[in-house]
Ligand binder design. Structure first.
Ligand code: AMP
Ligand code: MG
Length: 413
């Protein structure tokens, strides 16, 4: 590079002398992702967030005995033996509605009209459903009997005070929000979302949404990375295309955030500034990984933040994100680091050839219960990942698989 001498670590235009194994890269990564601190968010914003601690209920739900049926609250003993042929008469002395209880005491021979969800009146211990009652003005004729406690919802039947309601690390589901509301939780302690700065480099790039122009490429990686970061619970900050100049790339990488993703310029080309910058201003212990695609991936720290240098070729960018950056973002946000993909085992329709010494990420299509490796699957062909249903990982010590071998497929959806 003119005006600047190459340091002994500068790999530009020299190629990688050696590549880190995927396994070693993951070991380094797992030592650099401590879970972020907690923040309180309003209940309405908590769905999909990760619970920071165990939630224990301080209250009983429900907090009062309530009817589970529309009918009449009675003393079960008063209706004992009642049937169609032995109809027992009771006096209706009032009613209990949801939120508007009957404030008297039910005496022997009396009944109180009651609705589902209404408080059980004192003295009554069961509900006669309307179906087993004949109403005659201010009286009812019971045509069936009930045991004590029948059709009565007990105090704490849903949640008893003191019970653990939700575990730490739970990704909150809609029904969890309902339960949290039922125990009176207005705010929820959740793990802070990792703030991820996406730095898209490439002077040939047009912003997402542009029509293509001669000699230009419309940015795929920016929008794709945004979607991946959101999927993994991160918060994307200021994603934009940055000119391929050291000053601009460095400034962008120094944004206040938790994780920096740099797309493009991660390799050993003359315009690949990010590796040199991270090395100069921070640490880049990993640059060049024994895998395909994504071998020009780098990982390090700058100002104490994790920085991922993702190759510009879109398939490599996706693969490197999924292998490393996504894992870190999920762990920082309190989620499981492992692949967020479902796994199935299927036989191969055709052979897969792989080189010993590197891990291969092979896109496959699932057809008629078989995994079909995609023929055109270069690192620049992003549509290979939309035609594919998932991918197979061939470990570094494997030469591949003959047809018919059962392989594990990680499904994209
Ligand atoms: P680089 O890693 O910057 O050397 O880029 C490798 C290849 O990926 C080049 O053909 C770039 O034009 C292409 N590329 C880089 N960034 C992007 C992007 N954001 N979207 C689509 N293609 C890209
Ligand atoms: Mg580039």
């Amino acid at each position: 590079m003119p005006g600047r001498s190459q340091s002994s670590h500068d790999v530009r235009m020299r190629g990688f002398a050696r590549r880190t194994t995927v396994a070693d890269a993951l070991i380094w990564l797992d030592g650099h992702g401590t879970r972020l601190s907690a923040e309180d968010v309003p209940l309405a914003d908590a769905a999909g967030r990760v619970l920071d601690r165990v939630i224990t209920s301080q209250v009983d739900v429900p907090a009062f005995e309530r009817s589970m049926m529309d009918g009449f609250a009675v003393r079960a003993a008063d209706a004992m033996g009642a049937s169609q042929y032995n109809r027992l008469e009771l006096d209706v002395v009032g009613q209990s509605m949801p939120g508007r209880p009957f404030d008297g005491n039910v005496q022997p021979g009396q009944a109180v009209r009651i609705m589902t969800g209404a408080p059980m009146p004192q003295g009554a211990d069961a509900v006669l459903p309307v179906e087993v009652v004949e109403i005659q003005g201010k009286k009812i004729l019971a045509q069936g009997d009930v045991s004590p406690g029948k059709h009565v919802g007990r105090i704490g039947e849903d949640i008893a005070s003191g019970t653990e309601v939700l575990p730490t690390g739970r990704v909150l589901r809609p029904q969890d929000i309902g339960v949290l509301s039922s125990i009176g939780q207005a705010d929820v302690p959740v793990v802070r979302r990792p703030r991820v700065r996406i730095v898209v480099t490439g002077n040939e790039l047009l912003p997402a949404g542009s029509m293509s122009e001669p000699n230009k490429i419309v940015d795929s990686n920016g929008p794709m990375l945004e979607a991946l970061v959101r999927r993994d619970g991160g918060q994307v900050i200021n994603p934009r295309i940055v000119p391929d100049t050291p000053g601009d790339v460095l400034e962008a990488m120094r944004t206040d955030c938790d994780v920096v993703l740099v797309s493009g310029g991660s390799s050993v080309g003359q315009e690949d500034h990010a590796p040199t910058l991270v090395r100069e201003h921070g640490e880049l212990p990993i640059h060049g990984i024994a895998m395909r695609p994504s071998s020009p991936t780098g990982m390090g720290t700058l100002d104490g933040r994790l920085v991922f240098l993702l190759p510009g070729n879109p398939v490599s960018c996706l693969c490197a994100y999924d292998f490393f950056a996504g894992r870190a973002i999920r762990s920082l946000g309190g989620r499981a680091g492992d692949w967020p993909y479902r796994r199935v085992r299927l036989p191969l329709a055709r052979k897969i050839v792989s080189t010993v010494g590197r891990l291969d990420y092979m896109r496959v299509k699932v057809t008629e219960g078989q995994a079909e490796p995609l023929a055109i699957a270069g690192a620049s062909v992003l549509s290979s990942t939309t035609r594919a249903d998932g991918f197979v990982l061939i470990p570094p010590d494997s030469e591949g698989h003959p047809p018919g071998d059962e392989v594990e497929i990680l499904l994209y959806d």
